[in-house]
Design a protein around this ligand. Structure first.
Ligand SMILES: Nc1ncnc2c1ncn2[C@@H]1O[C@H](COP(=O)(O)OP(=O)(O)OP(=O)(O)O)[C@@H](O)[C@H]1O
Length: 265
């Protein structure tokens, strides 16, 4: 399913935080959003997954305006992993993942055997099946993140919007989760829009990157076309060096402070 964002602006409490965004994610693609802290990534994503309404512009999925859909229809098409997803209630992990099935349930709203099987598979895919009986609030940050990813997968969406999916995850889990996302894109034509802070992970796992600064897109395209030392200096204020991975030959970015500290400082 294709995502088309056109001329989108978003305001919060009367402040325009995101300006004139145009972004396209083709079906089965992983599109990354990168930018410094406070550049508007979460605000943009919140508007895509309908936690915020646009002040101007549109977000369309295969041409249909997401803000004109009813909640159930929207939730069948699009699942989100918000940045600080949490619950105050101590649901079990199995209950949290089962919430992903709600948009698919009619009538009694009770989970069917098929729903439970989808949830079990989703938990297994993120390596968290052993946590099913645990209270969600008792989990570590990384365990919670994996469970919330399982809930999004259990929703069986066509589009996945992820705000920092690698937050709280150790390095092995970061690579696992991003491989899982890619596998979903390949095998199910899932379309993914994801904010990522780690620029090497973003470059390795995304087909295209959009760079946000001060609420505006300042660059877009294939990752290594976009992440030039010049752009990284201008937007992130760092000095970047490109090196080759000694085994795979893949480009890796190394970073220094732009202004190296003097001996006196
Ligand atoms: N309710 C609000 N009222 C006023 N300003 C807000 C509000 N919510 C967010 N902002 C501001 O909007 C800007 C963009 O925030 P946003 O969370 O979208 O950035 P981000 O790129 O996701 O940042 P980070 O990388 O730190 O998560 C920030 O300067 C933030 O302080």
């Amino acid at each position: 399913m294709r995502i088309d964002i056109a001329d989108l602006s978003v305001e919060v409490a009367g402040n325009r935080l995101v300006h004139d965004i145009t972004l396209r994610a083709g079906s089965g693609r992983v599109v990354g959003l990168v930018g410094p802290n406070g550049s508007g990534k979460s605000t943009l994503l919140r508007c895509v997954y309908r936690a915020l309404r646009p002040a101007a512009g549109t977000v369309r999925l295969d041409g249909a305006d997401v803000h004109a859909m009813d909640a159930r229809e929207g939730a069948r098409l699009l699942a989100a992993l918000p940045q600080e997803a949490s619950t105050e209630f101590d649901f079990t992990v199995a209950e949290v993942v089962a919430m992903g099935r709600l948009p698919h349930q009619r009538g009694s709203g009770r989970a069917s055997a098929a729903d439970l099987a989808v949830c079990e598979r989703a938990l297994a895919r993120v390596g968290a099946d052993h946590l099913a009986g645990r209270g969600f609030l008792s989990l570590s940050g990384g365990e919670k993140q994996r469970v919330l990813i399982a809930r999004a997968l259990a929703q069986e969406p066509r589009v996945l919007v992820l705000d920092e999916p690698t937050n709280h995850l150790d390095i092995a889990q970061q690579l696992e989760v991003l491989a899982l996302v890619r596998e979903g894109c390949t095998s199910r034509r899932l379309t993914v829009l994801t904010a990522l802070h780690d620029l090497n992970l973003a470059a390795m796992h995304c087909d295209e990157l959009y760079v946000l600064a001060h609420g505006r897109i300042v660059a877009a395209g294939p990752p290594y076309d976009v992440l030039t030392p010049k752009l990284l200096a201008e937007v992130f204020g760092v000095r970047a060096h490109r090196v080759r991975h000694p085994e795979s030959g893949a480009v890796q970015l190394l970073f220094d402070r732009l202004a190296a500290p003097t001996a006196a400082s």
